[in-house]
Design a protein around this ligand. Sequence first.
Ligand code: NDP
Ligand code: OXD
Length: 310
Amino acid sequence: MTLTLLFAAGADAYEDYRAPLSSALTEAGLTATVVTDAAPQDVDYIIYAPSSSLQDFTPFTRCKAVLSLWAGVERIVGNATLTQPLARMVDPSLTQGMIEYVTGHVLRYHLGMDAHITARPGDWVAVEPPLAHERQIGILGLGALGLACARTLLQLGFQVQGWSRAAKSLPDITCHHGDEGLKTLLQSTEILVTLLPHTPQTENLLNARRLAQLRPGARLINPGRGALIDDQALIDALDREQIAHATLDVFRHEPLSADHPFWHHPRVTVTPHIAATTRAPSAARVIVENIARMEAGLALKHQVSRDTGY
Ligand code: NDP
Ligand code: OXD
């Protein structure tokens, strides 16, 4: 049987994905046509991105699953017309990208690199950075990305604490959960990394009260989602130097408008949602593997829970 895969993730992305999907389908021994337009009742699987114009899933009566090219699914998970199973993206290249982004910015803070990059002639200020084992890193979110970053930072010698919804026990990582656990983590963290999904429970998680719990002079790296942090509370905390610096990759509204205070704040680095991108060659294999699993009667990998929203 020939499957019909509707690529509903935008025309530009389609050009990137056409060849990798075709190779992955051949490798998996699946016969399928990948189209950007089809009669909804003929579609077996939908490949999706939040930028898609497809918002009403009701007519896709035969569709067995919707496969997101994005890890974050906050813009689709609450769609009431989506009754099909939804899988989010977990992909080795995406994970590697996030490891590199987080490690790079942690090391920048850890080594105090900015002071040397911006030093003026004669600024001979020799501040010895601590070694990694003297530095406390806190990671909010211990999922596919948070845990991968935690493990890499551990390998570099950092002390790593993490926070998740469910209680966890992980080798060498001090694990916390719940409100008290979050407070404990924040109070001892020098560099905080936020890798949580945006859900009703995580929205504005880092509000004024919680930012004030951070160790004074802490640094913040947010490649998770903009809505995890109360923007004004962060600016206030930076102004008071409760937080020494923030590196922000994600924002409530993207692209971040040129007049947003984050662009202009001397202690904020803005990166334009580039922490980790889904790359077609590896993501196509992930998508096809999931289709093959469903066709073989196996459970979808990385299925999103409608209860938790991630
Ligand atoms: P996962 O679903 O694998 O992990 C999410 C983690 O967050 C889990 O550890 C989960 O806890 C924890 N969590 C969720 N809700 C809560 C809560 N209410 N309280 C405490 N912990 C909570 O996601 P990924 O690691 O794959 O991705 C994380 C996020 O990173 C994405 O949702 C997306 O927003 C962002 N992202 C950003 C990119 C960028 O380029 N900037 C690229 C890709 C992703 P538990 O383990 O108990 O379930
Ligand atoms: C994602 C992202 O969720 O790029 O995949 O932010």
